[in-house]
Each structure stands twice: as structure tokens, then as C-alpha cells.
Design a protein around this ligand. Structure first.
Ligand SMILES: *[C@@H]1O[C@H](CO)[C@@H](O)[C@H](O)[C@H]1NC(C)=O
Ligand SMILES: *[C@@H]1O[C@H](CO)[C@@H](O)[C@H](O)[C@H]1NC(C)=O
Ligand SMILES: *[C@@H]1O[C@H](CO)[C@@H](O)[C@H](O)[C@H]1NC(C)=O
Ligand SMILES: *[C@@H]1O[C@H](CO)[C@@H](O)[C@H](O)[C@H]1NC(C)=O
Ligand SMILES: *[C@@H]1O[C@H](CO)[C@@H](O)[C@H](O)[C@H]1NC(C)=O
Ligand SMILES: *[C@@H]1O[C@H](CO)[C@@H](O)[C@H](O)[C@H]1NC(C)=O
Ligand SMILES: *[C@@H]1O[C@H](CO)[C@@H](O)[C@H](O)[C@H]1NC(C)=O
Ligand SMILES: *[C@@H]1O[C@H](CO)[C@@H](O)[C@H](O)[C@H]1NC(C)=O
Length: 306
């Protein structure tokens, strides 16, 4: 490990303190990158690489906490703060023994790589990078369903799942009755370090009850919701399907037929009779029962022959 003092002109002239940002070049790069995860609004501690022995004190050290190599977050010399970045003012503290840098409250812009450098008598004792990953929770997904087309067999619905205010950019996934489904996702964010709003859409033909879930996830964090859509099969005014027509038509035909037969059964004998009666009517008198009439006609025939 080798550290070279670098002096960004603006910073050096502003401070006029001979304060340097140290560029440390890992020789052999054996440093394992430490990572710290945090959420917006929390208090987070970034560990340093050195603990001051109880026999000594911070007075004998220079400590630099810098971000992304170019920005001094907090620097101590002779036990006093010699530099504090504007953006971190009143949000930072350093533990005077183990040199942990405390940040509170953490903001999205604090995401990035940090480095702690400890010098004693102008000799670098140690330096260590720490990566801070800042995340923000997404709201519980809100699933809504809107009918876009309806028929008796199916209902076409537009399902929307939305969640907001999280960071970083999430993935959106889901299931329909336990089968995974792809949401057509879109994200909005004001800048690369602003919270994201995410919206997933899908068009679905609902033919039976469905249970839809939507999950919004990023780096080990996940929030999900589910929505149960019940297929309401209420075809109040159905566009009469052919089978109905056929059934109704056949019922009408059958009824008509039965009616016709019944009527025929009642009137056919009289018809036949009145036919034969009419013949004799001209000969004999009018209003009589048919059977009687045929008998009487027989009688008259007999009398006439006599
Ligand atoms: C440093 O000390 C603080 C207490 O002052 C403790 O909470 C923290 O865990 C310590 N950090 C390390 C890396 O030892
Ligand atoms: C340091 O910050 C600059 C812009 O501020 C960015 O372009 C660069 O990628 C950062 N480097 C690291 C190592 O994070
Ligand atoms: C946060 O910072 C780390 C380290 O620089 C970087 O790898 C990561 O991409 C950053 N996260 C986002 C969301 O930019
Ligand atoms: C879900 O979204 C709908 C439509 O955008 C909105 O009316 C409703 O208030 C939202 N519900 C919640 C709990 O945010
Ligand atoms: C869905 O899957 C889970 C496990 O993957 C199972 O326990 C559950 O019974 C399933 N539900 C249905 C309705 O298939
Ligand atoms: C994200 O959603 C929130 C709440 O619905 C809204 O106030 C905000 O303006 C949205 N942000 C963007 C970038 O659209
Ligand atoms: C849903 O079904 C209707 C007709 O049954 C069809 O026109 C439409 O394309 C289907 N939509 C989807 C998303 O499958
Ligand atoms: C829908 O499915 C989810 C997970 O698969 C389950 O937690 C939830 O209870 C189900 N809802 C209903 C109403 O069945």
C-alpha cells in the first residue's frame, strides 16, 4: 500500500491548510472491500482500519475520511476537526478511538465508496476503502384492475401494480395463481440518485377466479401484495347463443304439434261425421248428435225402402 498526497487546486486553496486528499494505490490489491448497507434516514457507521491504543489519543494522529477519492468528508488533525464537507455538516461524527465514521441521517447521495486514512507522524498507518450502499424502501405495491372489454366467456382486464419512493431501481415480478408472470414495467426517477416509482401493467383475460401477486424487489429487499379477482359470471342480457334458439324453437314446434294433435283428436271425428251428416241434412232435420243422426238416417233409409 502506497499513499500519495494529491492536492485538488480548488480544495487546497480553499482550505489553505495544506490539507491533502490522499490517493492510495493498492499494491498487490489485497484489500477486501468492506461493504455497509443502510436505508435512507438511518444512522450508519463506516468502520476504519485502526484503533487508537488507550495509551495514546487522537492528538497524535491525522485521520481522513474521504468519499470517492475526491471529496473530504471529515478530517482530524491534532485531535481537532480540520475539514468538514458542506454536505455532511452536522450529519457526521467520528469515534475518537476506533475512528468509525457515523452518518446520520443517511441520504441517497451518500451512496458510494469511502476511504479512511490514518497517519501518525506523517506516516500512513493504514487506509481502507468501505462501500456504502444506500437503499430506500418501496411502498407496498398497489394493485388495481380495470375492465377493458367484457363478454360472457371472459373479461379482459388491465392490471396495474405500482410502488413508489424506493431506491435503487427495483425489479418487479409477479404470479397469477402461482404461475410466474412478466409485468410490462416502467420506471421513473428524477435523477440517478432520486427515488424510483415503478409501474407494472398486464392485460389479462379473466375466465375464472385469479389471485394476482406483485413483488417489488432490490438487493435482498422485497415487498409484495396480492389481489383476488373473482369472475362474476352475470350475463344478464346474453346475446342469445344458438343452442337457446334451437331449444326454444323446438319447444314451440313440439307444443304446436301437440296442440294440433289435441285439436285434431277433438275435431276430426266431428268433421268426418258432419261430412256424412251434411249429406242427410238435406233430407232430414238439422240439430242432432252425429251418432244419433247416422242411426236415424239408417232408419229413414229403411223406411224409404219399405
Ligand atoms: C467503534 O466503537 C463504537 C462505540 O463507540 C462501536 O459502536 C462500534 O461498533 C466500533 N466499531 C468498530 C469497527 O469497532
Ligand atoms: C466518483 O464520482 C464521480 C462523479 O462525482 C463519478 O463519475 C465516479 O464514477 C465516482 N467514482 C467512484 C469510484 O465511485
Ligand atoms: C452505490 O455506490 C456503489 C459504490 O460506488 C456503486 O457500486 C453502486 O452502483 C452505487 N449504487 C447506485 C444505485 O448507484
Ligand atoms: C391505489 O391506486 C388507486 C388508483 O391509482 C388509487 O385510487 C388508490 O388510492 C391507491 N391505493 C393506495 C392504498 O395507495
Ligand atoms: C402455490 O404454491 C405454494 C408453494 O409454492 C403452495 O404451497 C400453494 O398451495 C400453491 N397454491 C395453489 C393455489 O396452487
Ligand atoms: C412518485 O410517486 C409519488 C407518489 O405517488 C409522487 O408524489 C411522485 O411525484 C412520483 N415521482 C415521480 C418522479 O414521478
Ligand atoms: C382476450 O379475449 C378476446 C376474445 O375472447 C381477444 O380478442 C383478446 O385478444 C384476448 N386478450 C388477451 C390479452 O389474450
Ligand atoms: C394469493 O396468493 C398469495 C401468494 O401466492 C397468498 O399469500 C394470498 O393469501 C392469496 N390470496 C387469496 C385471496 O387467495
Amino acid at each position: 500500500m502506497m499513499c500519495l498526497p494529491a492536492s485538488p487546486p480548488a480544495l487546497a486553496s480553499r482550505l489553505g491548510l495544506g490539507l491533502f486528499v490522499l490517493l492510495c494505490l493498492g499494491i498487490g490489491q489485497a484489500l477486501e472491500n468492506k461493504a455497509v448497507r443502510s436505508r435512507v434516514g438511518e444512522k450508519v457507521g463506516l468502520p476504519c482500519c485502526y484503533e487508537i491504543p488507550s495509551s495514546e489519543s487522537l492528538h497524535r494522529y491525522r485521520v481522513y475520511w474521504q468519499k470517492n477519492v475526491t471529496e473530504v468528508v471529515l478530517a482530524y488533525s491534532d485531535g481537532k476537526v480540520i475539514s468538514k464537507h458542506e454536505r455532511y455538516r452536522s450529519r457526521t461524527e467520528m469515534d475518537p478511538w476506533n475512528l468509525t465514521l457515523w452518518l446520520s441521517p443517511v441520504g441517497l447521495l451518500d451512496n458510494g465508496s469511502y476511504q479512511c486514512i490514518v497517519q501518525r507522524n506523517s506516516i500512513v498507518v493504514c487506509s481502507q476503502p468501505v462501500v456504502l450502499f444506500v437503499a430506500a424502501d418501496f411502498s407496498k405495491p398497489n394493485i388495481t384492475a380495470e375492465v377493458s372489454a367484457e363478454s360472457c366467456e371472459s373479461t379482459e382486464m388491465v392490471i396495474t401494480c405500482s410502488s413508489h419512493g424506493g431506491f435503487p431501481k427495483p425489479r418487479i415480478s409477479g404470479t397469477i395463481n402461482n404461475m410466474s408472470v412478466e409485468w410490462d414495467a416502467s420506471w421513473v426517477s428524477e435523477s440517478s440518485f432520486s427515488p424510483y416509482n415503478v409501474t407494472g401493467k398486464l392485460v389479462l383475460n379473466v375466465t375464472k377466479d385469479v389471485n394476482i401477486t406483485c413483488s417489488v424487489e432490490h438487493s435482498g429487499f422485497s415487498k409484495s401484495s396480492s389481489l383476488l379477482i373473482e369472475k362474476t359470471n352475470d350475463c344478464i342480457v346474453p346475446p342469445v347463443p344458438p343452442p337457446y334458439n334451437v331449444i326454444i324453437a323446438s319447444i314451440i314446434i313440439v307444443i304446436t304439434f301437440i296442440l294440433a294433435i289435441t285439436l285434431a283428436a277433438r275435431f276430426l271425428p266431428r268433421h268426418v261425421c258432419s261430412h256424412c251428416c251434411k249429406h242427410q241434412d238435406s233430407v232430414e232435420e238439422g240439430v242432432k248428435g252425429c251418432t244419433k243422426r247416422s242411426m236415424s238416417s239408417k232408419l229413414t233409409a229403411e223406411t224409404s225402402s219399405v
